[in-house]
Design a protein around this ligand. Structure first.
Ligand code: SF4
Length: 645
């Protein structure tokens, strides 16, 4: 039987296990990526593990999420990250040089490589044939030290593309269509491998828009085969020697197949406040729009901004609407400036932001109260824009620009005298590399830690008895943004866990952190898909610091579940009935000898509630995850292994 492309790359990197769906495999990692919000912990953990040099082919540290240096804390973090990259051997991308996924795509991502990144949109370069997976920072630290990355072998699903996109439909509409069809849980436990004749009509930047938002489907990663378009893209970056021909075997067998006929697509939009609330633009046309933003790691490339510039050439945006462009990389900004497009955009009334995540996580350009913001980003979770009860829509740059022109949501096909700008790539990406410091050119020797940078707290090994109150009961789809918001006022404490912990779940219940601290242990209770969203390991580390012992949820998002293991929190799945019956404040006790049961492979745990009734919680974990959990998390576990070897 032939192999899928995913299986081929995984086989080339397999160090443990077999490629059987659901089995745990260990793979060798070629490249790692980390960014500023997760990176400080990555390097603190790298240091705590006693590692002294990056062992992967390549490691890159980006500063993209919080580039604005409001006070000394962000600047200290950036200085620390530069010193860590220089000391341990990683590339350092300065604040303002761009969003990790865009810059990585331009500079480093390469077909056939494996990559691990402490950011949930790490799968972006799947559009150029790299198998890239998002994970918690501790997994990245271990991989960077040369250790394998462990993951349950996902199902490989074929997404077969037929036909060609019609006028005004874009790559963004392909992924919005899939989100509408499959939901934010539709890709969980799967690699989405794109196949079929429709692929050849899509350039690499279009493909990476699709693979970027595979994350919103919950997919482990998404990947395209390589072809002449990949070769052309690499040659424009002057990296053609990195091209490798990659495709699935003709007789490859997939777990499932989803067919998308590109000819049938039309401009789509995700309405507030989930990326899968997708409708045709025409359905919400006429809605007043206060703000339009083009950018992010999804649509921040030169090729995403160029259509907006062409649509706005010689025109002005509507007086009721603000329009901001946040390029994904400084290289994109440079190209736009050199070709005169920045001037066209400015003349039309557009403001430019520096190349940063910023507004995507509520840092800058926060929408006005009770207003509508149309964004080309990938997430519109409630409150993520920096204001509660926000109203954020997700769409293509073309749909966003149409709204800027008219002041209301507009199907671009209804615009008078504006033609579909089509898709065009830059001739050559010749942006400067001044903002990228290679390990050979490192300027630091030794770590530089400011006063806001503390040690990573450690947890004791699992105890025999776990019990305590249900500290908080939550709904379905709780995101890591709910657990630890990424807004400026909070995330500036990312390297200071005691302080950051004070904000844990404050968006759900302001009293939570104090209640957890006051209680001697306890549990979180949640519905489906707990921990979806970013890879932020603070979302597990801070509850751990507050004394939370475990999470009882109907289901968990993949990266967050791995982070719970990594920080020694017991993730038990409960059924809908049990979830419905547990109330906040109920007394929860795990009846089993937990340490013994976890170590011996027990899957079913008896949960006793209020000393009155019992239910079953299921632990789905590999042997390795059980050992990590029992040892109190991955850091103590890895240290114990190092000491034992
Ligand atoms: Fe940055 Fe937003 Fe992309 Fe995350 S999703 S990397 S915050 S632009």
């Amino acid at each position: 039987m032939g192999k899928t492309l995913t299986e081929k790359i995984l086989s080339d990197h397999l160090v443990e296990g077999e490629l059987e769906t659901g089995e745990e495999i260990g793979i060798e990692i070629d490249q790692v990526l980390t960014q500023d919000t997760t990176g400080t912990l990555v390097w603190l953990q790298f240091e705590a593990l006693g590692l002294d040099e990056v062992q992967t082919e390549l490691a890159a540290q980006y500063c993209d999420h919080q580039t604005y240096q409001f006070d000394f804390k962000n600047s200290d973090d950036h200085r620390f990250l530069r010193s860590a990259a220089g000391t341990f051997g990683a590339h350092f991308s300065r604040p303002g040089n761009g969003i990790c996924h865009q810059v990585h795509k331009e500079r480093f991502a390469a077909p056939g490589k494996t990559m691990l990144g402490s950011d949930s949109h790490t799968p972006t370069p799947g559009g150029m044939g790299e198998l890239a997976i998002g994970s918690g920072g501790l997994d990245v630290a271990v991989a960077m030290g040369g250790g394998p990355y462990y993951i349950e072998m996902p199902e490989v699903v074929s997404v077969r593309l037929e036909g060609e996109l019609p006028e005004w439909a874009t790559a963004k509409d392909v992924i919005l269509h899939l989100l509408g069809e499959l939901s934010v849980k539709g890709g969980v436990g799967k690699v989405l491998e794109y196949t079929g004749p429709g692929i050849e009509s899509l350039s690499v930047p279009e493909r990476t828009t699709i693979t970027n938002m595979g994350t919103e489907l919950g997919a482990t990663t998404s990947i395209f085969p390589t072809d002449d378009n990949t070769k052309e893209f690499l040659s424009r970056l002057e990296r053609e020697d990195e091209y490798v021909d990659l495709s699935a075997d003709d007789d490859a067998e997939y777990a499932d197949e989803i067919v998308v006929d590109l000819d049938d697509l039309e401009p789509l939009i995700a309405t507030p406040s989930m990326p899968d609330n997708v409708v045709p633009v025409s359905e919400v046309a006429g809605t007043d729009v206060d703000q339009v933003m083009i950018g992010s790691c999804t649509n921040g490339a030169y090729e995403d901004i160029l259509p907006a510039a062409k649509m706005l050439e010689g025109r002005e945006i509507d007086k009721r609407t603000d329009m901001i462009i946040a390029p994904g990389s400084k290289q994109s900004s440079e190209l736009l400036a050199r070709e005169g497009w920045s001037a066209e955009l400015m003349a039309a009334g557009v403001n430019f932001s520096e190349a940063t995540c910023g507004a995507c996580i509520g840092i800058g350009h926060v929408p006005a109260s009770d207003s509508v913001s149309l964004r080309t980003f990938n997430r519109n979770f409630e409150g993520r824009s920096g204001i509660e009860d926000d109203s954020v829509y997700l769409c293509s740059p073309e749909v966003a620009t149409a709204a800027a022109l008219t002041g209301e949501i507009t199907d671009p096909r209804d615009l008078d005298d504006v033609e579909d700008p089509g898709f065009e790539m830059a001739d050559v990406y010749d942006g400067s590399t001044a903002d990228l410091i290679a390990p050979d050119n490192a300027v630091d020797d030794g770590l530089v830690k400011g006063p806001n940078i503390g040690d990573v707290p450690l947890k004791d090994p699992l105890e025999s008895h776990l019990g305590g109150p249900a500290l908080l009961k939550m709904d379905d789809n709780i995101t890591t943004d709910h657990i630890i918001p990424a807004t400026q006022d909070i995330l500036m404490y990312r390297s200071n866990i005691p302080k950051l912990s004070e904000f844990t779940l404050s968006r759900v219940d302001e009293e939570f952190a104090q209640r957890a601290l006051d209680s001697d242990g306890g549990f979180l209770v949640a519905g489906e898909n707990y921990g979806q969203g970013s890879s932020r390991e603070h979302a597990a580390l801070c509850p751990m610091y507050l004394g939370v012992e475990g999470v009882l949820a109907q289901s968990f998002a993949r990266i967050h579940k791995a982070n719970l293991f990594n920080f020694g929190l017991l993730p038990l799945e409960i059924d809908e009935d049990t979830y419905g019956k547990i109330d906040q404040g109920d007394d929860i006790e795990i009846v089993d000898d937990v340490d013994e049961a976890v170590r011996s492979g027990e899957t079913e745990f008896t949960i006793r509630v209020n000393d009155d009734w019992e239910a079953t919680g299921t632990l789905k974990a590999s042997e390795r995850e059980r050992e990590i959990l029992a040892d109190g998390g991955k850091l103590p576990h890895t240290k114990a292994q190092q000491e034992g070897s």
